[in-house]
Design a protein around this ligand. Structure first.
Ligand code: PMV
Length: 328
């Protein structure tokens, strides 16, 4: 699919546009084994979404890098560090990077995952780096660990067994599910995940048991995804989410990412399930409720969550593809 670029690039200038989607972990990652290479302490298993989109255009330019996020020229330490790292390995000229999200940035909707996946894919396309899917995933991981998983679509595993590169488990169409996302706040989070993880590793008394339980959850999740057992996956995902938040809450100072809407969302998802609806919840480092459901039940879930007091926005999404160049 060819797509219009919002920036005009003279002929002969190396340039590419990539699109990537956020992913949501059902078995969570929280904690780094090796900060220098952004290697996770725990394996994770995720689903990549469709309609929420990061679009990133990269073009060579003269002078120095220019980064434009959602239409505003910015200094972005994460992107700058990532470019520095790439340039230690590849000859990359100064770049114009223009990136935009069609959903709120840095509020627990995984914008860093889709952002880094789109960036590495666009740079690979523009500069003809010739990276394989696994290499793109490893580079995306260096920018943001969860980004490794947005390089692939559908169900994805990220584990030491594949050298911490994403491993596709099921394509989006192989087990179509919906995710209803209730945005309960549009504010940017106050403690970012890298800083929060390091605080948790140093101070949470639950950190050790979190690492142990994650290994069991990951193995069990691989097995239930292979046999597409929705209720077993839901039980594992909710337990993994709540254990991760238990680690966050017992961090010093405490990391409380929830708000009143988050708790009300949990209550409603449980009530729906008791009424026979195929749904489970998950929550990341932000207050948004993500309700994973069987496609036939998406409308009931959307209505129940949209009626909650304080809900700012509702997205109903499906499972989507991995990061890809749409023009170069
Ligand atoms: O990769 P980061 O730094 O965006 O951290 C992601 C952490 C969680 O979203 C909370 C969990 C996960 O596995 O995605």
């Amino acid at each position: 699919m060819k797509q219009e670029r919002s920036i005009r690039v003279p002929a002969g200038i190396r340039c590419a546009t990539a699109v990537a989607h956020p992913n949501i972990a059902l078995v969570k990652y929280w904690g780094k084994r090796l900060a220098a290479t952004n290697t996770p302490e725990t394996a994770s298993l995720s689903i990549t979404l469709d309609t929420l989109t990061t679009t990133t255009t990269v073009a060579e330019k003269s002078g120095s890098d220019r980064i434009v996020v959602n239409g505003e020229a910015v200094r972005d330490a994460k992107i700058e560090q990532f470019l520095h790292l790439l340039r230690q390995n590849f000859a990359i000229p100064p770049l114009l990077i223009e990136t935009s999200n069609n959903f709120p940035t840095a509020s627990g909707l995984a914008s860093s995952a889709s952002g880094m996946a789109a960036l590495v894919t666009a740079i690979d396309g523009a500069m003809d780096l010739g990276l394989s899917l696994e290499e793109r995933s490893r580079w995306a991981r260096r920018g943001s660990a969860s980004a490794a998983r947005s390089v692939t679509g559908g169900f994805t595993a990220l584990a030491a067994s594949n050298g911490w590169a994403a491993e596709p488990l099921l394509a989006p169409g192989e087990w179509p599910l919906n995710v209803v996302i209730a945005v309960t706040s549009r504010e940017r989070k106050t403690v970012g995940s890298t800083e929060g993880m390091e605080l948790s590793r140093r101070t949470s008394p639950f950190y050790g048991s979190w690492i142990e339980s994650n290994a069991r959850d990951f193995e069990a999740a691989l097995e239930v995804v292979a046999r597409r057992d929705f209720s077993a996956l839901g039980a594992i995902a909710e337990a993994s989410c709540l254990r991760m938040h238990a680690v966050m809450l017992t961090t010093d100072p405490p990391l409380v990412y929830w708000n009143a809407g988050t708790l009300e969302g949990i209550r409603r998802v449980r009530a729906l399930r008791e009424a026979g609806v195929g749904v489970f919840f998950t929550i990341d480092a932000g207050p948004q409720i993500k309700a994973v459901c069987l496609p036939g039940d998406a409308d009931k879930v959307r209505v129940a969550l949209a009626e909650m007091p304080g809900v700012q926005d509702i997205h109903v999404v499906g499972l989507g593809p991995g990061a890809a160049c749409v023009s170069s």
